[in-house]
Design a protein around this ligand. Structure first.
Ligand code: DGL
Length: 265
């Protein structure tokens, strides 16, 4: 069982930020990544549609006989995690809980900001997860949809990104947050821009980093770490791979090989 791969899925390239952290922390693991590029974005779609997509993506990975499922997409994690856990008899890790846990541990003034897609913010999933851990923490959230195309365009540090971040983050700063959860796969690419706009007084919580630590903990707890080194990653996408290879290479910092197109429906 431990020799099996870990399945990771996202709506597209964004989940590669989670994959990158997993490769760094768990170099011995085999990974299977599925990007639902034919149906991206999930962040603007209804919970019902995202749930359907997430179930299909998970079913594909389960067919690949993975030992664990990682829902790298914040939008899918925020609306589909419970259903995925109920439907599939393998450990399922989402990105919300790990980010929420870290935010609660880091905040000093108990005023936490959360940014994400429209779907993630509308779901209230981060607010619920944070307040379940500590009801006295106040959560201020804001959808930041333009960050996704900016990151994919390679404009994460462009003046346009700085201007956009100032607009989006102003209300959160007025509320005196000391911690900001990056509740979307793409946002770790904007860390420098966010630091520039927020200054040093606000801690950034990277859900991708926290999620890979959670995965490591779960593997150890269930005696599932793979014994032989090194692991490899196989990539699957639901549209032609051209754009995924180009943008994904920039996200990962190295070229992507062996990307296979599949159909989920
Ligand atoms: N992967 C999505 C997320 O983390 C962002 C892109 C999309 O909207 O599909 O919420």
């Amino acid at each position: 069982m431990s020799e099996r791969a870990i399945g990771v899925f996202d709506s597209g390239v964004g989940g590669l930020t989670v994959l990158k952290e997993m490769v760094r922390l768990l170099p011995g693991e085999e990974l299977v990544y599925l990007g639902d590029t034919a149906r991206v974005p999930y962040g603007t779609k209804s919970p019902r549609t995202v749930l359907r997509y997430a179930l299909e993506a998970a079913a594909f990975l389960v067919e690949q006989r993975v030992k664990m499922l990682v829902v790298a997409c914040n939008t899918a994690s925020s609306v589909a995690l419970t259903e995925l856990e109920e439907r599939f008899s393998l450990p399922v890790v989402g990105v919300i809980e790990p980010g929420a846990r870290k935010a609660v541990a880091v905040t000093r003034n108990r005023r936490v900001g959360v940014i994400g897609t429209e779907g993630t913010i509308a779901s209230g999933a981060y607010t619920r997860a944070i307040q379940a851990l500590n009801p006295s923490v106040e959560v201020f959230s804001a959808p930041c949809p333009l960050f996704v195309p900016l990151a994919e365009e390679g404009w994460a540090e462009h003046p346009v990104a700085v201007l956009t971040a100032r607009e989006y983050l102003a209300p959160l700063m007025e509320n005196g947050i000391d911690t900001l959860v990056l509740g979307c796969t793409h946002y770790p690419l904007l860390k420098n821009t966010l630091r520039l706009v927020l200054g040093d007084g606000v801690a950034l919580v990277d859900s991708a980093e926290e999620t890979s630590r959670t995965v490591e903990g779960m593997l150890n707890g269930r005696k599932l770490p793979r014994q032989s080194l090194p692991g490899q990653t196989r990539f699957f996408v639901t549209d032609i791979p051209t754009r995924f290879v180009r943008v994904g290479g920039a996200f990962l910092g190295h070229s992507l090989q062996g990307v296979t197109q599949v159909s989920l429906d």
